[in-house]
Ligand binder design. Structure first.
Ligand SMILES: N[C@@H](CCC(=O)N[C@@H](CS)C(=O)NCC(=O)O)C(=O)O
Length: 201
């Protein structure tokens, strides 16, 4: 088994943080997106979509979606439960995970992709980048209210929803989208999740 990874990319980082929280260590192969290695013929055999992360299993099955990779490990190593515990809690965690994906991680990535020189070879739409920034900023306000009443994004325990929000907010820093100190509950949550050893993954 091995993980095709890129140290500076947010989706592979989500998997790395998840594995660190589980105490799982697996071999990794760095695929340097800045050098176009994700478009090499060799890598495209593992993921024809040309994206990381990819988990290659011992039988050569390739899982090339971040959440599918995490769910695979969750089934094999249920503790600590990062996708929720009972039926209701799993649904709540999934609701928040999805919200953090759509309202933090994805727009933070789009704010970068549609402005950063690294993606200048693609069609970049400035208005879309601006809309995406605004979406992350609106979510910060909203989450600040939510986190006034609980410790973590989906409740009283740390879950995949926290990891998703963390990688999104951290990635946003590249385009100067920062969690502001004047949103106290969000700031408290951000400092707390960033101080976990897994966040340096
Ligand atoms: N749906 C995929 C998306 C993965 C993805 O967008 N990966 C980025 C790095 S964070 C990538 O490989 N980008 C290269 C590109 O789009 O050219 C997942 O969630 O795993």
């Amino acid at each position: 088994m091995r993980l095709y990874d890129y140290h500076a990319a947010p989706n592979p980082r989500l998997v790395r943080i998840y594995l660190a929280e589980k105490g799982i260590s697996i071999p990794t192969v760095q695929v340097d997106i800045t050098k176009g290695e994700h478009q090499s013929a060799e890598f495209l055999k593992h993921n024809p979509m040309g994206r990381v992360p990819v988990l290659e299993l011992d039988d050569s099955t390739c899982l090339s979606e971040t959440v599918a990779i995490c769910r695979y490990f969750e089934a094999l190593h249920p503790e600590p439960a990062l996708f929720g515990s009972d039926a209701k809690n799993q649904a709540v965690v999934e609701m928040w995970r999805r919200r953090m994906e759509f309202d933090v991680a994805l727009p933070a990535m789009m704010a970068m992709r549609h402005t950063h020189p690294m993606f200048a070879h693609e069609k970049q739409i400035e208005a879309y980048a601006e809309l995406s920034r605004q979406r992350v900023e609106d979510t910060m306000q909203w989450l600040n209210g939510e986190l006034g009443g609980r410790e973590y994004i989906a409740g009283d325990t740390y879950t995949i929803a926290d990891i998703t929000a963390l990688i999104g907010f951290d990635f946003g820093r590249i385009v100067d989208l920062r969690v502001p100190e004047h949103l106290p509950a969000l700031w408290r949550w951000y400092q707390s999740v960033r101080s976990r050893p897994s966040s340096s993954s």
